[in-house]
Design a protein around this ligand. Structure first.
Ligand code: F0G
Length: 466
């Protein structure tokens, strides 16, 4: 076993706190069923005394583990020896100052930043977590790995399986719920694709039942090793800002893995004395998949020292079942009503003085068009962070001169259907894809110009429109 003697798994419930060996394959506490964390005996490990010490590893970029934007920070997720990690070059992502978008959001010039996680090998932030989960899976001898997915986790799992040849990928997807960009990846990379007659929440429930039966390693973000990898998104943000903490980190909320991982990163960095200031965290739901927003904003649940109010959550889920309400949003990546990391997200919100908001599909697509107009672009779910920033600015929660980082979780090419429908001149296409979602306008559309097949007409059109 190549796993660290100084890492262990621990139940997050303060009334339980059961611990487990780092080599056990678990996605819940065996005693109380709560989520698990990976914890470390930091005093026995070599921890940098300042974050800037990580810069020394930039010179080791020919070593694959140090080239990785995840394992470059190995000292802060040391559950395995550095020479035993799995990497396919994840985490070479960019923090970009976004000035044209700052105007749209209502921020001062130079204060809004975009963290482009779509630049990962499979086109989404998932690769940060998959590198860590695959590392643990290999160390435990797994032969098959599975996930339920709205598309990006499955694309990432399928890619890691295909590139590394370490294990076979089995993916569970809902019917008609996954964008073609993402589905095409899983199919192309050769994953066994199980299409369930249901949505993501159904697929998640089924994969949790099937994995123990068939001894398959589960790589959804309920797996605590996934979140260790995703902590490094925050480390790269800090790195890009010269190791300064921004005032706000804004992230879309689906299964709530990212927000949970970011919270854990800041809890640890503060505990280790590597940061002074903790940023505020904003988690943004789509209004068609707004469990967190409903529970946090409307029904007032909080982390409350880990005691929370589980009955409020249970009652809400019963209401969903009773009324047959399913998640529904154009941001298919976050079309989730039963976020598995809810409790960890509450902990993150508590530690980071967080807020939760929800934004409509119209707001998401308008924000997405504005992100795209600034270059690089993102998929719809990612733009929830920008739409959320705009909303929080308009509410005066965020000041114009604060430093705000929006996480763009997935690549623009993941969901071309939504993008093309927004920019189309074909009203039927618009109505079919977006009208049914309550989207009425495409205020920032860049429409194609139709011209006859004639040089003079083409020249005339270009002169008219350029
Ligand atoms: N953005 C994108 C592009 C995603 O793919 C996801 C989640 C999220 C945001 C939400 O992140 O779960 O950490 O709150 N996609 C998962 C999937 C559920 O299956 O690909 P979260």
């Amino acid at each position: 076993m190549t796993l660290s003697n100084y890492a262990f798994q621990k139940c997050i419930s303060p009334t339980c706190g059961e611990t487990y060996d780092v080599g056990e394959v678990l996605v819940a506490c065996k005693t109380c069923g709560d989520l698990l964390d990976i914890e470390y005996e930091w005093d026995k490990l070599a921890i940098p005394t300042s974050l800037s010490q990580f810069e020394a590893f930039w010179q080791q970029r020919t070593v694959p583990a140090r080239f990785s934007g995840v394992w470059r920070f190995h000292e802060l997720l040391p559950f395995v020896e550095l020479d035993q990690v799995v990497t396919i070059g994840e985490g070479q992502t960019l923090l970009q100052q976004a000035d044209s978008l700052a105007r749209y959001v209502g921020m001062d010039h130079g204060h809004l930043y975009l963290q482009y996680e779509g630049m990962n090998p499979s086109g989404s932030f998932k690769d940060n977590g998959m590198a860590a989960a695959f590392t643990h899976a290999r160390a435990t001898g797994a032969k098959r790995a599975a996930c339920a997915s709205t598309g990006n986790t499955s694309a990432s799992l399928a890619m890691y399986a295909a590139v590394t040849r370490l294990m076979k990928a089995v993916i569970f997807i809902g019917t008609g719920k996954i964008s073609y960009g993402k589905l095409s990846q899983a199919l192309d990379y050769g994953a066994l694709t199980v299409q369930i007659a249901g949505d993501f929440d159904d697929a998640m429930a089924r994969v949790k039942e099937v994995c123990p039966q068939l001894d398959i390693y589960l790589v959804n973000s309920i797996n605590p090793f996934r979140l260790e990898g995703q902590k490094t998104i925050m480390l790269r943000v800090l790195e890009s800002l010269g190791w300064e903490t921004p005032d706000w980190v804004i992230v879309p909320g689906g299964n709530l893995g990212n927000s949970s991982a970011f919270g854990k990163a800041f809890i640890e960095l503060k505990e280790l004395g590597l940061i002074e200031k903790v940023p505020r965290l904003a988690v943004i739901n789509a209004s068609g998949a707004n469990t967190l927003s409903e529970l946090y904003e409307q029904r007032g649940i909080r982390w409350d020292g880990g005691l929370g109010a589980p009955n409020v959550t249970d009652q809400y889920y019963e209401e969903l079942d009773h009324t047959g309400r399913k998640a529904s949003t154009i941001a298919s990546a976050i079309e989730i009503n039963r976020p598995v990391n809810l409790r960890k997200c509450l902990r993150a919100l508590d530690f980071c003085d967080g807020v939760v908001r929800e934004v409509s599909d119209q707001e998401i697509l308008d924000a997405k068009a504005q992100v795209g107009a600034g270059g690089i672009g993102c998929e719809p779910a990612s733009a929830a962070s920008v739409a959320g920033a705009k909303l929080l600015r308009s509410q005066g929660v965020i000041g114009t001169d604060e430093r705000v980082v929006c996480i763009l979780t997935g690549h623009q090419l993941k969901d071309p259907t939504a993008t093309v429908a927004y920019h189309t001149t074909d009203q039927d296409q618009f109505n079919q894809v977006l009208g049914s979602r309550g989207v009425k306008l495409a205020s920032y559309a860049n429409r194609a110009v139709g011209v006859p097949n004639d040089v003079d007409e083409i020249v005339k059109a270009i002169q008219l429109y350029s």
